[in-house]
Design a protein around this ligand. Structure first.
Ligand code: OAD
Length: 256
C-alpha cells in the first residue's frame, strides 16, 4: 500500500517539498481517525452524526445545562485516554525535523501531535487537556479528575469551569489565529490533512496560502469543499499517505 502510494506521489511535489524553506500543515479530525478518535462529519461514525452540536458545543448549551456539556467532554477525554499517535502524526513530527521552518496548525483538541513529538503546535480550537473559567476571569488549569459537584467551580470567581475548547459562536484564540494566518501566508507548501474544510476561519487558510504562492496539497480519503482549489490531491488515509510523502522526499527518514 505504502509502496503504491509512494509511486503515486507526483515528482514535482516531491521536489517542491524537498526544496521548501517553509512548510505548514493544517490538520483536522481525520489525522487522528487511525488513532481511534472519531471525526465530526463522517457519515455514521462522525460525532455530529450522533450528537447535536447545538446541545453540546455552544456557550448557550453550557449555560442551559453545564453538567450535560461537562459530562460529554469528560466522555470524550475517556475515549482519548487510550489513544496513541499514529503514523501520520509521527510523519509530521519527522517532517518538522527536516525543514528549516515548519508550522503545525491543528483544529484538533486531542494533543496527539504533541504526543508524537511535534513542537510549537498552533491549537486553533483549544485543548481538551485544559479547563478554564467560563466567566473569563483568566483561570486556566489542567483538566484533572474532579471530585464533588460537576462542573467544578473557579477558585478565583466562583463561576463554573469549562473545557478550554472553542465552541460554535465563539472567537478563536487571537494569538493562535494570527500565528496560523502568518504561517499560511509565508509557507512554500501547505499540507491540508484530514479536514472537511467546512469550519471557518480555519477553512480559509488554504486559499490564503495559495493566493500567496504556496503549493497546497490535500491529504484525505474523501473529496472535500477544498479539493478543487488545491494543487495536489493525495487520496488516502493520512497514516499511509504522510509516511509515504516524507519517505519520497527524504528516503532515509526514520519516523520513530
Ligand atoms: P470533520 O469531521 O469535519 O472532517 C474530517 C475529515 O477527515 C473528512 O474530510 C474525512 O474524509 C477525513 N478523514 C477521515 N479519515 C481520515 C484518515 N484516516 N486520514 C485522513 N483524513 C481522514 O473534521 P474537521 O474538519 O476537523 O470544531 O472539523 C473541523 C471542526 O468542526 C472541528 O475542529 C470541530 C468540529 O465542529 C469544534 O468543535 C469547534
Amino acid at each position: 500500500m505504502t509502496r503504491d502510494l509512494a509511486l503515486a506521489i507526483p515528482p514535482a511535489l516531491v521536489d517542491r517539498l524537498r526544496s521548501a524553506r517553509s512548510v505548514a500543515a493544517l490538520t483536522g479530525a481525520g489525522v487522528s481517525a487511525e488513532s481511534g478518535v472519531p471525526t465530526f462529519r463522517d457519515a455514521q461514525t462522525g460525532l455530529w452524526a450522533k450528537f447535536d452540536p447545538t446541545e453540546l458545543a455552544t456557550p448557550s448549551a453550557f449555560a442551559r445545562n453545564p453538567k450535560f456539556v461537562w459530562d460529554w467532554y469528560a466522555w470524550r477525554r475517556e475515549l482519548l485516554a487510550g489513544a496513541r499517535p499514529n503514523a501520520g502524526h509521527l510523519a509530521l513530527a519527522a517532517l518538522e525535523r527536516r525543514v528549516a521552518r515548519f508550522h503545525l496548525i491543528t483544529q484538533n483538541v486531542d494533543g496527539l501531535h504533541q504526543a508524537a513529538g511535534s513542537s510549537d503546535v498552533i491549537e486553533l480550537h483549544g485543548s481538551i487537556g485544559r479547563i478554564r473559567c467560563s466567566r473569563g476571569c483568566g483561570t486556566v488549569a489542567r483538566w484533572a479528575v474532579a471530585q464533588g459537584d460537576l462542573p467544578p467551580r473557579c477558585a478565583g470567581c466562583g463561576a463554573f469551569l469549562r473545557p478550554d475548547v472553542v465552541w460554535f459562536e465563539e472567537m478563536l484564540p487571537p494569538d493562535a489565529l494570527a500565528a496560523a494566518e502568518d504561517a499560511a501566508r509565508h509557507c512554500d507548501v501547505l499540507l491540508v490533512i484530514g479536514t472537511a474544510a467546512e469550519v471557518y476561519p480555519a477553512a480559509a487558510l488554504p486559499r490564503s496560502a495559495r493566493a500567496c504562492g504556496a503549493t497546497v496539497v490535500e491529504i484525505n480519503p474523501q473529496p472535500t469543499a477544498l479539493s478543487d482549489a488545491v494543487d495536489h490531491v493525495l487520496r488516502g488515509p493520512s497514516g499511509v499517505v504522510l509516511p509515504a510523502l516524507v519517505a519520497a522526499a527524504w528516503p532515509a527518514t526514520s519516523l520513530s
